[in-house]
Write a protein that binds this ligand. Structure first.
Ligand code: NAP
Length: 254
């Protein structure tokens, strides 16, 4: 981890929601933020969202560059990280944030629903961790922060694919932490609870009410609540923390 404020930060899924808040959290003079996004169903929309993140980061005094990259594709991820390394020469922080849902009860869930979620949420983090990890191991420094979910710990009806991917992220975090520890690279996860983003905006009022009843702090979280925890894990103050999962959930699981 560099402390001279010239760090290079990579965020997957930085165009909206939690990823955008994370980009903004890191926005500072000297920090270069590379983020990606991917929505083939809405190419104009995805670009507009990404441009908004770039503008907001620049407005906060930072620097950001975005690219449409499907994290589920090894080739696309390789090209993305080749570009980052070519332009910046190092990677100090990787935040594996890109994620999707395809919610259905188990008995109705198709193989395609399962594969889509696992490919983005878990395989995507695997690809990015390998490519960024190589740079960090060579540097003998780096921080990897994976966005898991509280449901990856407690389960959730209708989300078998998503929950399995998030439980997998926690396993990936702990293993990468053990493998990279000797090389000065820490790997941790943040497990958000119910956060107000496009992902949760589609939930019915009934589901929202049920979720709210499970939150001891009695309110939904904001993307910034997650971004603050990510920034802490990337900071010098967190140098002795690795392989851990920080819950940002208003106490949904205590
Ligand atoms: P969101 O608003 O739906 O944003 C998802 C982001 O991921 C977007 O930037 C999207 O790009 C990007 N993305 C989707 N598929 C991608 C792919 N194949 N390759 C690259 N980027 C891709 O979601 P969010 O609520 O901010 O969630 C962010 C992370 O937090 C996810 O991992 C999610 O599982 C986790 N999380 C969220 C909550 C919550 O309550 N919101 C709770 C727990 C965990 P486009 O803009 O191009 O679509």
């Amino acid at each position: 981890m560099k402390t001279d404020e010239t760090q290079v930060v990579v965020v997957t899924g930085g165009s909206r929601g939690i990823g955008r808040a994370i980009c903004l959290e890191f926005a500072a003079p000297g920090t270069r933020i590379f983020f990606n996004y991917f929505n083939p169903a809405d190419p104009q929309g995805e670009k507009a969202h990404a441009e908004k993140t770039e503008t907001l980061v620049k407005g906060a005094g930072g620097w950001a560059k975005s690219q449409s990259v499907n994290v589920a594709s090894e080739n696309s991820v390789k090209t993305f990280f080749d570009t980052v390394m070519h332009e910046a020469g190092r990677i100090d922080v990787l935040v594996n944030n890109a994620g999707i849902t395809r919610d259905k009860l188990l008995m109705r869930m198709t193989e395609a629903d399962w594969d889509a979620v696992m490919d983005v949420n878990l395989k995507g983090a695997f690809h990015c961790t390998r490519f960024a990890g190589r740079a960090m191991v060579n540097q003998r420094s780096g921080r990897i922060i994976n966005i898991a979910s509280i449901v990856g710990i407690i389960g959730n009806p209708g989300q078998a694919n998503y929950v399995a991917s998030k439980a997998g992220i926690i396993g990936l975090t702990k293993t990468a932490a053990r493998e990279f520890a000797q090389r000065g690279v820490t790997v941790n996860a943040v497990a958000p609870g119910f956060i107000e983003t496009d992902m949760t905006a589609v939930l019915s009022e009934k589901v929202r009410t049920e979720m709210m009843a499970q939150i001891p702090l009695g309110r939904a979280g904001q993307p910034e609540d997650v971004a603050h925890a990510v920034a802490f894990l990337a900071s010098e103050q967190a140098a002795y923390i690795t392989g851990q999962v920080i819950h940002v959930s208003g106490g949904m699981y205590i």
